[in-house]
Each structure stands twice: as structure tokens, then as C-alpha cells.
Design a protein around this ligand. Structure first.
Ligand SMILES: Cc1ncc(COP(=O)(O)O)c(C=O)c1O
Length: 385
């Protein structure tokens, strides 16, 4: 069996880092629930000394995720935010970061309310036009940080074009690939220097654990991040690593179903008279539909739509039954949320207005239930609006 990079995506998801346990033959990777490791004599051990530094279950997950994203290494953290925080920690006072202006709300909250106090500088621009990135770069810029598609407005950044700009200026491009997962989008192949995920979402896929990962393209990045795991300690527990190892085995089939149902729900919403606008890169009227077809191999499960007002959104969200009202995304169950009061509350009204997040906007993460049930549920809930 091919277990290296040449093997297909699902084969790597199921086999890389997922090899049977050597001592027992157990097919499922063991959960090494240990804080420390016995040593034979001073300085003589089996490569493991203390679990904050390394753990065999964590090693397995890191190998697996590095393979799926096409990186040289991956380092996992206790949440997506801890992973993004680790990336910020790689910078120095006075460094400048150009960010997309429509990131997950927690990211600008971390940057502006924590890291700005330690001398990092941030500019937020609409990265759907690479010229805005060029204009925002300055002498101190060390990093460009984007999410594509964005949360919740589903705007795309042309990863190849922005990476070309970054390369010229020796600036690192970091892509948050949470929405697409490596199954539908491979930012490293398009030129990104690092990829970050909230593994809480599609990678785990079952809404039962938090986690984050940074996938690296150089040994230097991996070394810095391994040092941060040891020095700062925001590592992922062996059990959570195991949950993700289990989740990724079905990533491909889940993503195929998410995508198929996502397209059906987007078409249904686009044709519904009470829905004013649908944001989904798979729709022909999405302004970057062509880029979506080139850059992604599917359109995914994430859809936002405009109900017209807070009152309408509320009426709809009170009525849903199959869709669960809640934050988060990427689980097997359909989750529906209200960005203005949930994921993007931290931006404040002005911040939301500037990037176009209205009080009537609703976001849906289409799950893998029977799609007829999701459509019927949305239909009855929209009728109440
Ligand atoms: C795109 C994106 N990045 C990062 C995060 C943060 O991840 P976590 O909640 O695992 O800390 C989220 C959370 O919703 C997200 O949607």
C-alpha cells in the first residue's frame, strides 16, 4: 500500500500516521494518556520525555495533517485560536501583518486586543482584490493572513496571485483553510507558506472537540512552532488528537456529501422568494465563481443568506428543527447561526457594517443529514418569516 505523498487523499487520510500499533497490532491508533515517560538512564529514552513536548498520538495526527495539506510538518494546538496565536508569536515587536478584512471575528479580536499591545501592527484590507494587498504592504510587513472563502460573506482571495505578491516582497502568506478543508483546497500547492485550521470544524467533523493546526512548508517554521508548543504549552490533548485522527478518516466522503447538499441548499435558497441574497461560491452569480472553480475542487457546505432584518432572522431561527441554532460549523449536523450576534459580535456594529455583515444575515453549515429533510426544515422556517 502506498502511504507516502503519492497515494491518494483518502488513502493518506486513513493510513498516514494511522499505522497499526506495533506492540499489539491494534488497527486504531492508541491514545497515549500519559504526562511523562520512563527513562532508562540519564539522557537515554525512546524519544519521549514529557507530554507537553511530545506525545505519540499527537505525532501521528501531525504527520497525518501535514500529509493532507502537502506540508513538511504540522503542529497542533488546543484550539484554532491557539494555533493562530502561535503564528502571531512567531513575529516580533514592530512587525506588520496585512489581514483580510472579513476574518472569523476571533482573529481580529486576538490581533487588535492582545497582540497590538505587544507592538504588532495590523492592517485590514479586502484581499479579494490582490492590488489591495500590494497597497497595504510596507517596509515592516512580515505576513499576509487571509481566509478564503471568508466567514460569513464567502468572498474569495486568489491564493496564487497573493502568494506571488508575497514572494516578491519576502512576506509569508498564511491561509486559514478551515472552511474548505484540504479536501477541497490546497493552499500550499497554490503558494501559501503556512496553513492554519480550526480542526474543531471539518477536520474533526463531529462537533465533539476543539483543536487547531498550523501546517508548515519549512523545517524552520516547524522548529519554531514545536518550541512554542513546549514553551507556551497550548498543546492538544491525546484524546482530542485521537478524535481528529478518527474524524479525518472520513473527511473525503463527508466533504463530498457536504458539497452535494451545500449546492442543493444554495439553489433552494437562491430560488426562494423570501431570501434576498445568497452568498455561495458555487452559484453562477457569485462574483468570483470562476476563481472558485479554479482554486477549489468543490464549493463546500458554507452558505450565508440575507433575510432582510434581525426580526426576520429571529423568526426563522426560532422555527428551525433539523438545523440546530448554534455557533461553529463543519460537523455532520446542520448548524445555523446569526453572525452579527454570534461569531462576529466582537467586531461591533460599525466593524460589521464596514464589511457588509447585516443584522439579517444568517449562516448555515450544511450537514450530512438527508438533504430533503434540511430543505423541508428551511422551507417551513422561511414560511414563518
Ligand atoms: C475560520 C475560522 N478560523 C479560526 C477559528 C477559531 O477556531 P477555534 O474555535 O477552534 O478556536 C474559527 C472558529 O469558528 C473559524 O471559523
Amino acid at each position: 500500500m502506498k502511504k507516502n505523498k503519492a497515494a491518494g487523499f483518502s488513502t493518506r487520510a486513513i493510513h498516514v500516521g494511522q499505522e497499526p500499533d506495533l506492540s499489539t497490532g491494534a488497527v486504531a491508533p492508541p491514545i497515549f494518556a500519559t504526562s511523562t515517560y520512563v527513562q532508562e538512564e540519564i539522557g537515554k529514552h525512546k524519544g519521549y520525555e514529557y507530554a507537553r513536548v511530545s506525545n505519540p498520538t499527537r505525532d501521528r495526527l501531525e504527520q497525518n495533517l501535514a500529509s493532507l495539506e502537502g506540508g513538511v510538518a504540522a503542529k497542533v494546538f488546543s484550539s484554532g485560536m491557539a494555533a493562530i496565536n502561535a503564528i502571531a508569536t512567531m513575529l516580533k515587536e514592530g512587525d506588520h501583518v496585512v489581514c483580510g478584512n472579513n476574518l472569523y471575528g476571533g482573529t481580529p479580536r486576538l490581533f487588535n486586543q492582545v497582540w497590538a499591545d505587544f507592538g504588532l501592527q495590523f492592517s485590514y484590507v479586502d484581499t479579494s482584490d490582490p492590488r489591495n494587498v500590494v497597497r497595504a504592504l510596507n517596509r515592516n510587513t512580515r505576513m499576509v493572513f487571509v481566509e478564503t472563502p471568508t466567514n460569513p460573506l464567502m468572498a474569495l482571495t486568489d491564493i496564487r496571485a497573493v502568494s506571488a505578491v508575497c514572494r516578491k516582497k519576502k512576506v509569508d502568506l498564511v491561509v486559514d483553510n478551515t472552511f474548505m478543508s484540504p479536501y477541497f483546497q490546497q493552499p500550499i500547492a497554490l503558494g501559501a507558506d503556512m496553513v492554519v485550521h480550526s480542526t474543531t470544524k471539518f477536520l474533526n467533523g463531529h462537533s465533539d472537540g476543539l483543536g487547531g493546526v498550523v501546517v508548515c512548508t519549512s523545517a524552520e517554521q516547524a522548529e519554531k512552532l514545536a518550541f512554542l508548543q513546549k514553551a507556551a504549552g497550548a498543546i492538544l490533548s491525546p484524546f482530542e488528537c485521537w478524535l481528529i485522527l478518527r474524524g479525518v478518516k472520513t473527511l473525503a466522503v463527508r466533504m463530498q456529501k457536504h458539497d452535494e447538499s451545500g449546492r442543493a441548499v444554495a439553489r433552494f435558497l437562491a430560488g426562494h422568494k423570501k431570501v434576498r441574497r445568497v452568498f455561495y461560491p458555487g452559484l453562477l452569480d457569485h462574483p468570483q465563481h470562476e476563481l472558485a472553480k479554479q482554486q477549489m475542487s468543490g464549493f463546500g457546505a458554507m452558505i450565508s443568506f440575507e433575510t432582510g432584518s434581525l426580526a426576520n432572522a429571529n423568526r426563522l431561527l426560532r422555527k428551525v428543527r433539523v438545523c440546530s441554532l448554534g455557533e461553529s460549523l463543519g460537523g455532520v449536523e446542520t448548524l445555523i447561526s446569526h453572525p452579527a450576534t454570534m461569531t462576529h459580535a466582537a467586531l461591533g456594529e460599525k466593524g460589521r457594517r464596514e464589511i457588509g455583515i447585516t443584522d439579517g444575515l444568517v449562516r448555515i453549515s450544511v450537514g450530512i443529514e438527508d438533504v430533503e429533510d434540511i430543505l423541508e426544515d428551511l422551507d417551513q422556517a422561511l414560511a414563518a418569516m
